[in-house]
Structure formats: structure tokens, C-alpha cells
Design a protein around this ligand. Structure first.
Ligand code: RIB
Length: 315
């Protein structure tokens, strides 16, 4: 690998949310009030999770986002700063509340998430313009669909103009025009996000690959699919390759995809080959599943390396 993690600078443009998490037996029916248990509060948001993921892996990290002028916003910014993330470009919106995600964890290990992005949607292309110099000096930019699409476009265009690596984590599921998707060197959706982007129903690896190829037809160069407990898949114009999942005791899948994208971005920015970067990202994603909560579950470089060493010894 060409560079050490601490030598790379990653800019994340994205969302930051306050996650309200409960354990529930099932989804409530419409009109039903249902008791849940284990109420917990965590810092989250797909963008902020990726920033924390990158920082814990040792990369210098800048986060560009927006929170409300409220105590939850203070809490989230403090959390980012405690992970050594530069928050100079996190703006405060006096009109909207800080974004919030309501997360239910089910006995089968799955979750359901409802998000009100709130202040995350106050981010504008002008905010990206203000950070253009920082982006130009970075090694990679990753972004998500939990902020306005014109911001995603501005971020990817600015990064592309600077010639740095661009990664689009296509979550949460949204329609996104091909003109924006094409600006990313790598588009990384999970199955539901890929369904939303392509209109294809996915059940299993073959249909996932076929749907990913639809993205290639739209002009996307590289798709790195997150397949949850089935690992991940690289789909390019030349070929496709499946990467098996790492076996772990699953506690909470929240932010596993964010851990994956952060690790993939950092590794590629360091100069790792795509296959090695995806294997490393699989390890980071799997570790995130073993702990409760979004940001508390994101692994450090030492944790991923120790897990890789253990996995290598397991037959
Ligand atoms: O990817 C997980 C994240 O999605 C949660 O932290 C929640 O905030 C939602 O944005």
C-alpha cells in the first residue's frame, strides 16, 4: 500500500443525526401504540458515521454538514470533534431542528429506520463552494443521499474537478439522476438502495449483479454492492466478483454500511488495490454489526487489523 492511513485526508459531505433506538418485537400496525424496550440515544447519520469511521481508521477527516441551533446539534458536533474530525464546515441552522432517526431493532437482527433529515436539508451548494479549497487538497471525498441532491452533485463535481477519488454511498434509498451518479468513481448501494436506483427487484446475487449492470449502462464505472450478511460484490464493465461476509455475532446492523464505505474510501485513498480495499471494508462492516448504536460501533484501525488476524487463523 502506497501510504499510511494518517497521511490521507478524507472529506465527507453528508448527514448527521440523533439516533433514537428501541428494541421492538415487530413493526407496529398503522394506528397502533406498541411498547418497546431498551431505549438508547446515539450519534448517527450516514455522513457523520462515515466521517467517524474514517477518523477511527486513522485518516485526517473533515466533515461538511448542517445541524440545528439546538442542544442536540451541540452534542453531535462535540462527538465529531472528540473523534478528531474537523467541523469547521458544519453549519448551524436556526430555522430547522437537528436531524433525527427513529430506529427499531427486531429480534431477527434486522432494523427499520425512519429519518427526518431536518437541518441536513439546509446544506446548499454554496456551502460546498466555501469548502472548495479544502476539498481540492484532500485525497478523497465521500458523500451520501441524506442531504439535498444538488449538494451531492456540487460535492462530487468539486472533488472531480480537483482530481480526487469520489465515492457515493447511495443511502438512504432515493432516486438519483444518472448525471449525478456518473460523477462518482464508485457508487456503493445496498440492495434496497440499488432497487430504488434501478427499479429492479433484487433477490440474491444474480439479480443484484444484473441491477448493478444497469447502473453501468447509465454510465457508472464501478459499483461496490453491500449485500449485508452475504458480503459484498464488485461490479465493473469488465467483470463482477463476490466477497464473502465475515462471520460475527450480530447485535445491531445500524451503520455497518457506513463503516464499509468509510473503510473502502480510506483504503483506496491510501492506494490499496480494489480487492484488498473491499476485503478490509467487509471486516470493518462486520465489526460494526457486533456493537449497539451507530457511531459507538465504528471500529478503529487496530480493531480491524486484530479481527483480520483472527479471521486469517480461522479455518
Ligand atoms: O446508516 C445508519 C444511519 O442511517 C443511522 O445512524 C441513522 O441516523 C440514519 O441516517
Amino acid at each position: 500500500m502506497a501510504r499510511r492511513t494518517e497521511e490521507v485526508h478524507v472529506v465527507v459531505v453528508g448527514s448527521t443525526n440523533f439516533d433514537v433506538v428501541v428494541k421492538a418485537g415487530r413493526l407496529p400496525k398503522e394506528g397502533e401504540s406498541m411498547l418497546a424496550t431498551n431505549l438508547k440515544f446515539f450519534p448517527g447519520g450516514k455522513g457523520a458515521n462515515q466521517a467517524v469511521g474514517a477518523a477511527r481508521l486513522g485518516a485526517r477527516t473533515t466533515f461538511i454538514g448542517s445541524v440545528g441551533q439546538d442542544m442536540i446539534g451541540d452534542f453531535l458536533i462535540r462527538g465529531l470533534e472528540s473523534n478528531a474530525i474537523d467541523t469547521t464546515y458544519v453549519k448551524r441552522d436556526a430555522q430547522r431542528s437537528t436531524g433525527c432517526a427513529l430506529i427499531m431493532l427486531f429480534p431477527n437482527g434486522n432494523n427499520s429506520i425512519v429519518v427526518d433529515p431536518a437541518a441536513n436539508f439546509s446544506l446548499t451548494p454554496a456551502d460546498i463552494e466555501r469548502a472548495a479549497e479544502v476539498i481540492a487538497q484532500a485525497d478523497a471525498l465521500s458523500t451520501v443521499l441524506e442531504v439535498p441532491l444538488e449538494v451531492v452533485e456540487a460535492a462530487l463535481r468539486t472533488a472531480r474537478k480537483a482530481g480526487i477519488l469520489t465515492v457515493l454511498d447511495a443511502g438512504p434509498p432515493r432516486n438519483c439522476p444518472p448525471e449525478i451518479l456518473k460523477l462518482a468513481d464508485i457508487v456503493s448501494p445496498n440492495e434496497t438502495e440499488l432497487e430504488q436506483l434501478t427499479g429492479e427487484e433484487i433477490s440474491g446475487r444474480v439479480s443484484a449483479r444484473e441491477a448493478a449492470e444497469k447502473l453501468l449502462d447509465l454510465g457508472v464505472k464501478t459499483v461496490v454492492l453491500k449485500l449485508g450478511s452475504d458480503g459484498s460484490m464488485l461490479v465493473t464493465g469488465k467483470s463482477s466478483k463476490h466477497f464473502p461476509a465475515c462471520k460475527v455475532r450480530a447485535v445491531d446492523p445500524t451503520a455497518a454500511g457506513d463503516a464499509f464505505t468509510a473503510a473502502l474510501t480510506v483504503q483506496l485513498a491510501q492506494g490499496a488495490k480494489m480487492d484488498a480495499a473491499i476485503r478490509f471494508a467487509n471486516l470493518a462492516g462486520a465489526l460494526a454489526v457486533t456493537k449497539l448504536g451507530a457511531q459507538p460501533s465504528l471500529p478503529t484501525l487496530e480493531e480491524v487489523e486484530a479481527f483480520a488476524a483472527r479471521a486469517a487463523k480461522t479455518p
